[in-house]
Write a protein that binds this ligand. Structure first.
Ligand code: NAP
Ligand code: MG
Length: 402
């Protein structure tokens, strides 16, 4: 059979450890035999990032901007132990952070639903996509441990030295203080990314903060979302038959628990951190989750939501068998290939991505899966596969669907 051709390259960001091993097997078994794969390759392995003083990460982000679609393997974010392990010249920043900053994006995570892996919440029938704002708030704060009695202020000084000053608390004794911020630019980008993604998925968008208590900070988020919705998206939402709705975060949590799923839930940075872990673990596993970074001007970077699975990699290096779940990495590829197909009107590529996803799900539903899923499935007659054989089993299913 002739291979599917591509007109525009994908930006391919290779990574580290066990996911790098999976990356190669996925390409060899599931992609290269079927597609005349066109990629612009960037090696984001820690060694090469170190060798290039992290220039390769910045270049890969620029390439993503140029081509519009990227697929990224999990990468090591260096810590003290990695400094020694990889003899690093510097503790390089998280590539995800660098790429996110360059693209000014929002991260969307959606569980991959298969029969036999049931969500803990009984009424969740369809996936819930979590949209997390990835800028500011408590992640870029200033804190003071208050030593004793005194006054705590929040102060803004403009370029001419004029001050706005608010008393936070008059302390009688020791305590703590915290200052946080966000920008109109970042909140607006977040809002547009969410509205665009809702239109893409044709799903309702929920957004929630605590504006009744935080009358300026959270209220600004609420207002910006509403203004942008009314002026830019209202009609398009009506045409698509979807709704945007705002509610309080505690109300949203209560509603989510009773919902059927099938919507996007936008969260501020901290809420998104907490709620995405809740949603993903309630749906089953981080390896059964898609993750895509979407920029306000329509750049897409697909990745797996988990890390480099270091523990499995060390087993692999010792020659021991591993059973690492490659589903999230496969779906990073299919997500990117489908998006490339949509942008290039390449129907064959879109069909390929859909079929590979179908084959992946069907393989698991047939009882062939990796160890992490075997531990939680309700299916009987399960055949546990090692990392490579699981991918080969997907290839068999894929060929049988032809
Ligand atoms: P991790 O790679 O997500 O793995 C944590 C544990 O979760 C594993 O030991 C494994 O449990 C389980 N697990 C995760 N993915 C799995 C999969 N695909 N199949 C089966 N089991 C899976 O997190 P980590 O070990 O904390 O981090 C390792 C490295 O990844 C770090 O250097 C970190 O910086 C990096 N990281 C990168 C990204 C990214 O690039 N997106 C995200 C997070 C972390 P068992 O060992 O019990 O089997
Ligand atoms: Mg977290």
């Amino acid at each position: 059979m002739a291979k599917i051709t591509m007109t525009t390259p994908l930006v391919e960001m290779d990574g580290d450890e066990m996911t790098r091993i999976l990356w190669k097997i996925i390409k060899d078994e599931l992609l290269l035999p079927y597609i005349d794969l066109k990629t612009e390759y960037y090696d984001l392995s820690l060694n090469y990032r170190n060798e290039t003083n992290d220039q390769v990460t910045k270049d890969s982000a620029e390439a993503a901007k140029k081509y519009g679609v990227a697929v990224k393997c999990a990468t090591i974010t260096p810590n003290a132990a990695r400094m020694d392990e990889y003899k690093l010249t510097e503790m390089w920043k998280s590539p995800n952070g660098t790429i996110r900053a360059a693209l000014d994006g929002t991260v969307f995570r959606t569980p991959i639903i298969v029969k036999g892996i049931t969500p803990c919440v009984r009424n969740w029938e369809q996936p819930i996509t979590l949209a997390r704002h990835a800028y500011g708030d408590v992640y870029k704060n200033a804190e003071i441990k208050v030593p004793g009695a005194g006054k705590g202020y929040i102060v803004f000084e403009d370029e001419n030295g004029n001050e706005i000053r608010e008393l936070i608390q008059e302390f009688n004794g020791s305590g703590v203080l915290q200052g946080i911020h966000n920008t109109e630019k970042s909140i607006s980008s977040f809002a547009r990314a969410c509205f665009n993604y809702a239109l893409d998925l044709k799903q309702d968008l929920w957004f929630a903060t605590k504006d009744t208590i935080s009358k300026k900070y959270d209220h600004t988020f609420k207002d910006i979302f509403q203004e942008i919705f009314d002026s830019e998206y209202k009609e398009r939402f009506e045409k698509a038959g979807i709704v945007y709705f705002y509610t309080l975060i505690d109300d949203a949590v209560a509603r989510v628990m009773k919902a059927k799923g099938g919507f996007i839930w936008a969260c501020k940075n901290y809420d998104g951190d907490v709620m995405s872990d809740m949603v993903s673990s309630a749906f089953g596993s981080l390896a059964m989750m898609t993750s895509v970074l979407v920029s306000p001007d329509g750049i897409y970077e697909y990745e797996a939501a988990h890390g480099t699975v270091q523990r499995h990699y060390y087993k692999h290096l010792k020659g021991e068998e591993t059973s690492t779940n490659s589903v999230a990495t496969i779906f990073a590829w299919t997500g990117a290939l489908r998006k490339r197909g949509e942008l290039d009107s390449n129907q064959e590529l879109i069909a390929f991505a859909n079929r590979l996803e179908q084959a992946t799900i069907q393989t698991i539903e047939n009882g062939e899966m990796t160890k992490d899923l075997a531990l939680i499935t309700s299916l009987k007659d399960v055949r546990v596969k090692n990392s490579e054989d699981f991918i080969k089993a997907i290839r068999n299913t894929f060929d049988s669907l032809a």
